[in-house]
Write a protein that binds this ligand. Structure first.
Ligand code: ADP
Ligand code: F6P
Length: 487
C-alpha cells in the first residue's frame, strides 16, 4: 500500500476554487524503526470515497498527514492516483494528537455519535484541544481558498470549522458532510459543548448526512437548542451581525467507485487470487468474510460468536465453512480499541481451539491492512459477506462487496443499523443485537437458492452502478451551489 511519489506541488497553483478539508489527507506518513518515512494510503471510508471523487479535480485537500510534528508544515508527496489534486498539511503536535484526535474525536464524539456503544468521556482539556485544532484547520483553509471559493469540510473531527471559517472568510461558500451517524437528541444533549458544536455546523450553507434519519435528528436538535424554525430541508439562522441566513440540510448517501471495483474484480489476477485463497482455506463449501477497521462499532465480536455457536450446535458441519476476518489496525492508542483487540483475539482463539483440527482452523483472523486489489480478491472469494455493525454511518465495505460480485452471486448479510441498509434492501438484513437472528440469517444466506442470490445481487448492483461516488460528489456540490442565501 505504499504510495509512489510523483513530485511535490508548488504553492503557485493557489488560490484554489475548491478546497476540501478533512482530518486526514489521503496519504499518511509511517515512520520505520530506522527513522525512514514511508507514505501509505490512509485508512477508512472517507479516504476510500473522496480520493476517487477528487482524482480528476483541480482542488486542494487540506488535512493531517498522520505525522506528529512539532513545527514546520511539510510538503506532502502527491500519490500517483491523485491526479491534479494538491495536498496541504495541517501539522499536529503529540499533545494535540492525544487530546484532539485520540481524545475528543475518538473517545468523546465517536462513541457518542455511535449510540454510546462505548462510554463517551467528557474532558474539558480535550475540548480545548478540539477547538484549537479546528481553528488551525480553518486558518489553513482560509489561506488557500480563492475569492468566493467553495470549501467542503468533512466529518466529526472538524465540526467547528464551518463557523470559524465563515468568520475568517465571509466570501466563501461552505459545505459540511458528516461521515458518521448523527445521534438522536437524547444522546447529543449529553455533550457539555452541544451548543458550540451546533453553532459550528450551522456556519455552513449546506450540511449533509448519509441518511434522512440523521437529517431529522439534526433539524430536531437545532429546533430544540436554538428554537429556530425548521422545515424538512433546513432552517434560517441569525448570525452574529443579526442577519438571517439559510442553512440547507440533506441526505447524500456516500458511495464507492462501483466501476473501479467491478473492473478490479474482473481482472484475471483478482480471479486467480480468489481461487488461490479458497484453496489455501482448504476449499470449503462456504467462505464467509468480514473486512473492517478493528473498531468496536463494527460488531466483529457478534459474527465470531454467531459462527462459533453454529459450529458448536452442529448447524455448520466442521470443515464445510471457513470464516475469514480481516481487520485493519486503527486508533491503537485508545483504550477501548486496545480492549477490543484482546477481546477479538480471545474469541478467535476459543473458536479455533474448540472447533479446529490440525492444519485447519474454522476461523482465520488477520489483523493487518491490505492493498485494495487483495481486498477485492477476498470479496471475490467470499460466498457470504458479514457486515454486522451495531451502528455505522454508511459502511462502504458492504458496497464494495456487491460491486466485486460480477457474476451476481454471493450473499450480503447486513446490519439494519448501517446507513447502507437504507439502500441495499436486498441484502439479508439483521438486527445486530439479536444473536439468534444473526445465526438464523447467516444460515439463510448460506443456503439460499442460487436464483434468489442472483435476484438480490443483481438488484443491489444495478443500484450501485447508478448511485456511485461520482454521483454523490456531484449531487453534494450541486446542492451546495444552490444553497445559502442571506437576507
Ligand atoms: P470506516 O470508514 O468506518 O472505516 P467503511 O466500511 O465505510 O468503514 O470503510 C472502510 C474502508 O477501509 C473500505 O474502503 C475498506 O475496503 C477499507 N478496509 C477495511 N479493512 C481493510 C484492511 N484490512 N486493509 C485495507 N483496507 C481495508
Ligand atoms: O468514517 C469515519 C472516520 O472517522 C473517517 O473520518 C475515517 O475515514 C475513518 O473513520 C477512519 O478513522 P481514522 O481517521 O481515525 O483512522
Amino acid at each position: 500500500m505504499e504510495v509512489r511519489e510523483e513530485g511535490i506541488r508548488t504553492m503557485e497553483q493557489e488560490p484554489y476554487e475548491l478546497v476540501v478539508v478533512a482530518n486526514r489527507l489521503p496519504v499518511a506518513a509511517e515512520t520505520d524503526d530506522d527513522g525512514t518515512v514511508r507514505w501509505v494510503r490512509s485508512p477508512g471510508g472517507l479516504v476510500s470515497s473522496l480520493e476517487p471523487a477528487l482524482r480528476r479535480s483541480r482542488a486542494v485537500w487540506v488535512g493531517w498527514s498522520g505525522r506528529v510534528s512539532s513545527d514546520d508544515v511539510i510538503d506532502v508527496p502527491i500519490p500517483s492516483s491523485m491526479g491534479p489534486c494538491a495536498l496541504r498539511e495541517v501539522p499536529l503536535t503529540a499533545t494535540q494528537l492525544e487530546l484532539y484526535y485520540e481524545g475528543f474525536c475518538n473517545s468523546t464524539l465517536w462513541p457518542l455519535y455511535h449510540d454510546a456503544i462505548a462510554t463517551p468521556v467528557y474532558h474539558r482539556h480535550m475540548w480545548d484541544a478540539y477547538v484549537e485544532v479546528n481553528r488551525a484547520f480553518a486558518a489553513r483553509a482560509a489561506e488557500v481558498a480563492g475569492p468566493g471559493a467553495t470549501v467542503w469540510v468533512h466529518d466529526s473531527q472538524l465540526q467547528l470549522v464551518p463557523a470559524l471559517l465563515r468568520e475568517m472568510r465571509p466570501d466563501l461558500r461552505i459545505g459540511f458532510f458528516l461521515h458518521i451517524p448523527f445521534p438522536p437528541i437524547e444522546l447529543f444533549l449529553q455533550l457539555p459543548w452541544r451548543q458550540a458544536i451546533m453553532e459550528g455546523l450551522l456556519g455552513a450553507d449546506l450540511v449533509g448526512f448519509h441518511t434522512p434519519g440523521a437529517v431529522s435528528n439534526f433539524l430536531a436538535l437545532a429546533n430544540r437548542l436554538f428554537d429556530y424554525d425548521v422545515d424538512p430541508d433546513g432552517l434560517e439562522v441569525v448570525d452574529h451581525t443579526g442577519r438571517r441566513r439559510r442553512v440547507t440540510a440533506g441526505a447524500f448517501p456516500i458511495s464507492i467507485d462501483t466501476r473501479e471495483y467491478d473492473a478490479i474484480a474482473r481482472t484475471p489476477e483478482a480471479q486467480d487470487a480468489a481461487v488461490e485463497l479458497r484453496r489455501r482455506l482448504g476449499n470449503p463449501r462456504w467462505v464467509l468474510l468480514g473486512v473492517d477497521r478493528l473498531d468496536y462499532t463494527k460488531g466483529i465480536d457478534l459474527r465470531i460468536k454467531a459462527f462459533t455457536e453454529l459450529l458448536a450446535d452442529g448447524s455448520i458441519e466442521p470443515g464445510s465453512a471457513v470464516f475469514l476476518q480481516v481487520a485493519t489496525p486503527t486508533r491503537e492508542n485508545v483504550e477501548d480499541y486496545q480492549r477490543l483487540r484482546d477481546e477479538i483475539a480471545l474469541l478467535v482463539g476459543r473458536a479455533v481451539g474448540d472447533h479446529g483440527v490440525i492444519g485447519a482452523a474454522p476461523v482465520q483472523y488477520l489483523h493487518q491492512p491490505f492493498e485494495r486489489e487483495a481486498i477485492v480478491s477476498f470479496y471475490a472469494a467470499a460466498d457470504v459477506m458479514l457486515v454486522t455493525p451495531y451502528r455505522d454511518g454508511m459502511n462502504l465495505v458492504s458496497k464494495e462487496y456487491v460491486a466485486s460480485r460480477m457474476r451476481d452471486d454471493g450473499a450480503l448479510v447486513l446490519s439494519e443499523f448501517a446507513g447502507a441498509a437504507v439502500e441495499l434492501r436486498d441484502a439479508f438484513l439483521v438486527n445486530p443485537y439479536d444473536a439468534d437472528g444473526i445465526k438464523r440469517t447467516i444460515l439463510q444466506a448460506m443456503n439460499a437458492p442460487q436464483a434468489e442470490l442472483q435476484r438480490r445481487m443483481r438488484s443491489m448492483r444495478s443500484w450501485l452502478f447508478e448511485h456511485d461516488v461520482h454521483r454523490w460528489t456531484s449531487s453534494f456540490l450541486e446542492a451546495l451551489e444552490k444553497a445559502g442565501g442571506q437576507e
